[in-house]
Design a protein around this ligand. Structure first.
Ligand code: GTP
Ligand code: MG
Length: 199
């Protein structure tokens, strides 16, 4: 995929700061540390566009990235991670309502990309989230992250296990690695389908 543009448009802590809804958007969701920012960087071929960190809960704002990829122009949206972020309860609830107000009221949102570490099992957080998105008419894709962390045999077995275990509405499960770029081209093809389908 030829990336002609990838830049941070804006970072928001409240809905009134969200950019005008002019371009199709794809949002990245998932537990803290699952690899959202890394996957976004891998997609746009920029090592440090979205900030990554080994400290969970680093992404505390919604970041909107303006991207031109091939013939597509869109925003990729990096959402704060949920789960075991080392933050106060109050702060956690603040992020939750920020994420929900984005997902619930964003007419240009074409797809949600839910990330899941290949080495972990899906939890209720993921299945409830997929159901919640489906109820609101937001199509979702699941990206399994960090495939490079497992040896090929184990990787294959885990992919099969996770595919079998997921009982929630979504369009596809795509194994990925930001490090080896496994699955990145496939992810772009899916994103292209999602943002052009509804036109
Ligand atoms: N080996 C490997 N490590 C990865 C991969 N993707 C992410 N990581 C590592 O996992 C850690 C978390 O990655 P981030 O991209 O910051 O995760 P995030 O989901 O954006 O985290 P929050 O913003 O805190 O929600 C970092 O140390 C990354 O280097 C991958 O595909 N392979
Ligand atoms: Mg992040």
């Amino acid at each position: 995929m030829k990336i002609k543009r990838a830049e941070l448009l804006t970072s928001c802590s409240k809905p009134s700061h969200f950019p005008a809804p002019d371009l199709p958007e794809v949002a990245f969701l998932g537990r803290s540390n699952v690899g959202k920012s890394s996957l976004l960087n891998a997609l746009v071929q920029r090592k440090k566009l979205a900030r990554t960190s080994s400290t969970p809960g680093k992404t505390r704002l919604i970041h909107f990235f303006h991207v031109e990829a091939g013939s597509d122009e869109l925003l990729l949206v990096d959402l704060p991670g949920y789960g075991w972020a080392k933050v106060s309860r109050n702060e956690r609830e603040g992020w939750q309502s920020l994420i929900e107000s984005y997902l619930e009221d964003r007419p240009v949102l074409r797809a949600a990309m839910l990330l899941q570490d290949l080495r972990r099992d899906f939890s209720e957080d993921e299945t409830l989230l997929l159901e919640w998105l489906a109820e609101r008419g937001v199509p979702s894709l699941v990206a399994l992250t960090k495939t490079d962390k497992l040896k090929p045999m184990r990787r294959k077995a885990r992919i099969a296990e996770l595919k079998k275990s997921l009982d929630a509405p979504m369009q596809a499960i795509i194994p990925t690695s930001s490090q080896t770029r496994d699955g990145i081209d496939l992810l772009w093809r899916r994103i292209h389908e999602m943002i052009t389908d509804a036109d």
